[in-house]
Write a protein that binds this ligand. Structure first.
Ligand code: AMP
Ligand code: MG
Length: 459
C-alpha cells in the first residue's frame, strides 16, 4: 500500500474536496500575525521565535577535555613510552579552572570539561594510566601507548561558532531549544505574541460538566466534551484560549457574541452546527459579519468543515465587499480580520479535523516554520508517517481518506480500535496514532500502513 499515490484513481463524490485542497485554501487565506514580545527563556516553552537567534560566542568556548585523565603532548609521550619512562604530573586542572602551558616533559591531570593547557594535543583517559608518586611525593604517570591526535578533546566551536544562526525565526521552542538558547547566554528571547483564540460550542443538547449531575441529565442532553479537548489542544499549541461557552440560541445574540469575540481574538473556533442543513445561527452570522466557505472534505472522520472570517470594527466596508465576492481566500489583505473555523460536532470528527486542519492553520498564523529544517513539511500538512504492519483487517474501502484510530502493540504492529464511529471518543483516548488510509483502500493483516503518531500531532 502506498501512502503517496493511490495505485488506482479513486472517483470522489462530486462536491468533496481533498485534504490537500482544503489545506491549500485554508493556508492561502492566512498570513503569519505580526508583533514581537520579549519573554524570559524559562517562560518561553511552546512559544515561536520571532527572530533568528545567532550565537555571540563559540560553544564550547575553549578546547577542553571530554574525560577525566591526563592532558599530554604526544611527541613527548611517544618518547617516554619508547624509553619505558613515566612522566611527571606537573599540574592539576579541574573544570572551571585555567592551567598554565604544559611544562616540557610533563603531563597535566585534567578533568571533564576543564580547559586544555597550551602545549597539550591529546587526552588519555585515567583508566589507561598507571599513576604513582616518586620519593619527593611528585605525581608520576606511566603510559602504555600514544593516543590519536586530538583524542578526547572537545574543540572550541565544534558545536556552535560565533555568528552561527542556531535557531531560526519560526522555531517552536521546547525544552531542547530553551537549553540551547541558555547555552548561548540568553536569559530572554524574542517571541511572537500568543495567538488569541475564542472557543464556542453549539448545540441545544449540550450541558457543561459540573452543572448537571449524570443521574440528573435530561433525556437527549449530553455533556460538552469538545470544549475540553479543543481548549487543551489549542493551549498545547501555544494559544491563549477564551472559552466563551455555548453559542446563544438567538440570531441577534449570536451576531453580537461573534462580533465581540472577533474584536479581541485572532481566531474563532466553533464546534457543531456545520453539517448540511443544520439549524444553526453561526453560519449565517459569520456570513453576515464577514465571509464563509462551507467545505465537504473527503476525509473520515470529519467531512463537514467551515472556514471564514469576521471583520473587526472599522473594517466593515471591506467585509461587506469581500462577503459579496463570496470566497474566503480571495481577499488578499487579512489584516483587521478574525479568522473563523467551524468544526464538526461529532467528537472524533472534531478532534481529527482539528489535528488535520486547525493545527496547520495555527502554525501558519503563528509563523511556525519547520525549525532546523529537519522535519519535512508534507503537502497535506501532516507530520511524516511511520510504516508499520497492520495486525488487523480493514476489509471495507471508503470513498474518503480515512484516519483510523490505532495503537502500537508490543509485537511492533498496529491494533485497531474496534469501534471507529465518529462519536466514540474512547477510540481517541485509546489510540496512540492514526492510520492514514487513502480513499478506496482496504487493509489486510500484515500490510505495511502509514501511521502518524499522536504525539507528533499534539505539539
Ligand atoms: P452537529 O455537528 O452539531 O450536527 O453535531 C453532531 C453530533 O455531535 C451530535 O450528536 C451532537 O450532539 C454532537 N456534539 C456536538 N457538539 C458537541 C460537543 N461540544 N460535545 C460533544 N458532542 C457534541
Ligand atoms: Mg449541533
Amino acid at each position: 500500500m502506498s501512502h503517496e499515490v493511490p495505485a488506482v484513481p479513486v472517483p470522489r463524490r462530486p462536491g468533496l474536496m481533498s485534504l490537500e485542497q482544503a489545506l491549500e485554501q485554508l493556508l492561502g487565506a492566512a498570513q503569519p500575525l505580526g508583533g514581537q514580545q520579549t519573554v524570559a527563556t524559562l517562560e518561553a516553552d511552546g512559544r515561536v521565535l520571532a527572530q533568528d537567534i545567532r550565537s555571540a560566542l563559540d560553544v564550547p568556548g575553549f578546547d577542553n577535555s571530554s574525560m577525566d585523565g591526563y592532558a599530554v603532548n604526544r611527541a613527548e609521550l611517544a618518547a617516554a613510552v619508547a624509553a619505558g619512562q613515566a612522566l611527571a604530573v606537573s599540574q592539576r586542572i579541574p573544570a572551571g579552572h585555567f592551567g598554565p602551558a604544559l611544562q616540557a616533559g610533563s603531563v597535566a591531570r585534567i578533568f571533564t570539561g576543564a580547559p586544555l593547557p597550551a602545549g597539550a594535543d591529546a587526552v588519555v583517559m585515567q583508566e589507561e594510566v598507571e599513576a604513582s608518586l616518586d620519593e619527593q611525593g611528585q605525581g608520576l604517570a606511566r603510559f602504555s601507548s600514544v593516543p590519536e591526535p586530538g583524542a578526547f578533546i572537545r574543540r572550541r566551536g565544534e558545536d556552535i561558532r560565533l555568528g552561527d544562526t542556531v535557531l531560526p525565526a519560526g522555531t517552536r521552542l521546547g525544552p531542547a531549544e530553551l537549553g540551547l538558547a541558555a547555552s548561548l547566554g540568553l536569559a530572554e528571547l524574542p517571541v511572537r505574541p500568543r495567538l488569541r483564540v475564542a472557543l464556542f460550542s453549539t448545540g441545544d443538547e449540550l450541558v457543561m460538566p459540573g452543572e448537571v449531575a449524570p443521574e440528573q441529565m435530561a433525556p437527549g442532553a449530553i455533556y460538552n466534551s469538545n470544549r475540553y479537548f479543543l481548549a487543551v489542544l489549542l493551549k498545547r499549541l501555544g494559544c491563549e484560549v477564551s472559552d466563551l461557552g455555548i453559542v446563544p440560541d438567538r440570531r441577534e445574540a449570536t451576531l453580537e457574541a461573534l462580533r465581540q469575540a472577533a474584536e479581541s481574538h485572532d481566531l474563532i473556533v466553533t464546534s457543531g452546527g456545520v453539517s448540511v442543513g443544520e439549524e444553526d445561527h453561526v453560519k449565517p452570522a459569520v456570513q453576515q459579519l464577514g465571509g464563509l466557505d462551507l467545505w465537504q472534505i473527503a476525509i473520515k472522520p470529519g467531512k463537514p468543515f467551515a472556514h471564514g472570517w469576521i471583520a473587526r470594527a472599522g473594517q466593515v466596508g471591506q467585509a461587506t465587499e469581500s462577503a459579496e465576492a463570496g470566497k474566503v481566500g480571495e481577499a488578499g489583505n487579512t489584516a483587521g480580520r478574525c479568522h473563523f473555523v467551524g468544526l464538526p460536532g461529532n467528537p472524533v470528527s472534531s478532534f481529527v479535523t482539528f489535528l488535520l486542519l486547525v493545527r496547520p492553520l495555527l502554525q501558519r498564523l503563528q509563523g511556525v516554520s519547520s525549525g532546523l529544517g529537519i522535519v519535512p513539511v508534507a503537502a497535506d500538512g501532516l507530520p511524516p508517517a511511520i510504516f508499520l504492519p497492520a495486525h488487523f483487517d480493514w476489509p471495507r474501502a471508503d470513498r474518503r481518506r480515512e484516519f483510523l484510530r490505532a495503537r502500537l502493540n508490543a509485537a511492533g504492529g498496529l491494533d485497531l480500535f474496534p469501534n471507529q464511529s465518529s462519536g466514540v471518543l474512547t477510540s481517541v483516548a485509546w489510540c496512540d496514532g492514526l492510520v492514514d488510509l487513502p480513499a478506496g483502500r482496504t487493509i489486510a493483516r500484515g500490510d505495511s500502513v502509514p501511521f502518524i503518531p499522536m504525539a507528533a500531532l499534539l505539539g
